[in-house]
Ligand binder design. Sequence first.
Ligand SMILES: [Zn+2]
Length: 115
Amino acid sequence: MKCPVCEKGTRSKVDDILYELEGNNLIISGERCNHCGEEYIDEQELQRIAAIGRKLGIWGKPFKLHRKLSKSGRGTVLRIPTDIEKNLKLKGNEEVAISKVGDKKILIEIENGHA
Ligand SMILES: [Zn+2]
């Protein structure tokens, strides 16, 4: 299956996707692009994570997905993980406010385009 993100790589089944749930590292299965490394989590696995989250009483809090920054001609690029994009219904033309929080955090707030 072709990767819709980079349109160059192929998605293949993996079972070593690291998903961080409030400090708990879950290893789950899904697909990963062999070109850009984008990870696609199975719907079943997402439901399993949601169930774990509900059990821990933390469902609704942000999940962490690990991503590498990349360089483009004009600066540093961060790709928003697909499930966050879907969850927030991002169209890709929203304006965002980016602030530095402490020494190691960046906060990205969506300012418009999100009805
Ligand atoms: Zn890709």
